[in-house]
Design a protein around this ligand. Sequence first.
Ligand SMILES: [Zn+2]
Length: 593
Amino acid sequence: MTAIAASGPRAQGVRWDLSRLVADAGTARSLLGDSRLAAEAFQERYHGRIASFGAADLGAALAELAAIENAVSRVGSYAGLWRSVDVNDDEARDLEATVEQEYVAIANALRFFELEWIALDDAAAGALLEAPEVERDRHHLATMRRYRPHKLTAPEERIWAERSPAATAAWQNLFEQTVANVKVAFDGGDGARDHTVDELLAYVHAGDRALRIGALDTLYAALEPLTPVLAHCYDSLVADRLVDDRLRSYDGPMAQRNLGNELETPVVEAMMAAIEARHDIAHRWYRHKAGLLGLGRLHLADQYAPLGEGRSFPYAESREIVRAAFARFSGEVEAVSEAFFTERRVDAEPRQGKRGGAFCASVAQDADSFILLNHTDRLRDVMTMAHELGHGMHFTYAARRQTALSFHAGIAIAEVPSTFAELITFDYLMDRETDADTRAALVRQELESSFATVFRQTMMARYESDAYAARGAGRTLTPDRLAAFWLDRNDRQYGDAVELPDGYRFGWSYIPHFISTRFYTYAYAFAHLASLVLYAVWREEGASFVPRYLAFLELGGAASPQDQLGAFGIDLADEATWHRGLDEMERLLELAL
Ligand SMILES: [Zn+2]
């Protein structure tokens, strides 16, 4: 282990060095100016010409676009990363504002390219797609055209776009403001003070049961009077989206999202059906957890009740665990991971003015990715470190093979390498950790997070389907109807293993995904379960799995999820595939019981 940054408790002193990306704010600004000029020159040169492009022209244009994309991403990431560790820094804020402004100008200058490319007829586009000059961006070019059969005429598209601030954004804003303005008095143990929705929800992790239940009751009571407005926002958006589907000839309310995720409808259906056939895995855990808490039956508020989190993990030890876990998987992966630390591409120290949480920023295809952590020496932090390094691994490998336009995977694949990295770390820790409480905490942590991702996200997609079906049949989405759909889907998920409080009939009302992006959630269930499937394949095949996994990481966004995972001999449309992942969840459950 290379000791680069000295680290005391809570990752003291572990800060990243952003000068690897851009020397300073002045350099960032001039790079941005150059990119704007390059984008305008691109527009000047190619606007109106795509229809007459040969393969060599297209190849050259793509290379220019990639160079612009790389430069802009590098500067944008620099500003964003800087701001994330110093949210109050004026210079960082100014730079970020400039970046946003320039982004818009650059995107406007480049927009014609996609429009002209999509406007090409299939024969002309097909011939260009076959050409070796565009080989590396073939999938990117092909997927840009996936919405083509659903495009309206140019004047229709313009009218549709111009009405969207009133028809769409207005309802979304009203929803956001209504939820954001919830401020309700609650006594969390230190006197009554105003709480937001998120603050009340956070009490589900509290040790005190009365506090947990009280916080949820307070939340639902505060939401109830708002539900007519919240339901009306949703009803208006759903009605509008159904019109959009009809005008664009989409086959059902999920079709647009599935196309966006590059997933065939039978694949999504096979996954959801498999998940719904295994709710008993969660029920068994809920019954067991009720016993551990000394309860006859688990209440909804007890779902994430703490049961102890084991020993603490100083930063240096977390690093060593993740390094060793990755090394056991592959020496190459270990080396890539170590470079994040030795090159000071990790900021792990929690401090004033730094944002919370964790993320891995891909930065750009011709730059290295960076990781933000807030390491507080807990077991959870070890897994978060592994998770973000998993993303970092994906970005590193994909950047080696793909262009700037092709290296980002869609959301169905993006969370696979991160979850997989957690799983190999889990595996390692389970082999090495001797403290019984810590082992138990680790298993519970993995199990409960997989339930939240796999079962809950799928349940939410089904709830949405019910709502769209009702609205499509001419029934207005009133609070009572939405409550009925919500409770029906939740009853199936929780069975009789969990007591749902009365107020839970308003549980649908504050969830932002339904409002911002329909059927957004199931891709997370997909990615989580797909990584459990890969984990099962790895445990079966051992070392021969590793080169195939590294080849998968190198694909980035250059193939569909089906093709990427198909390379492992997995058929996504077969329910049995998904049951392999669910079997892994069941194995975790057995360890937890
Ligand atoms: Zn992630």
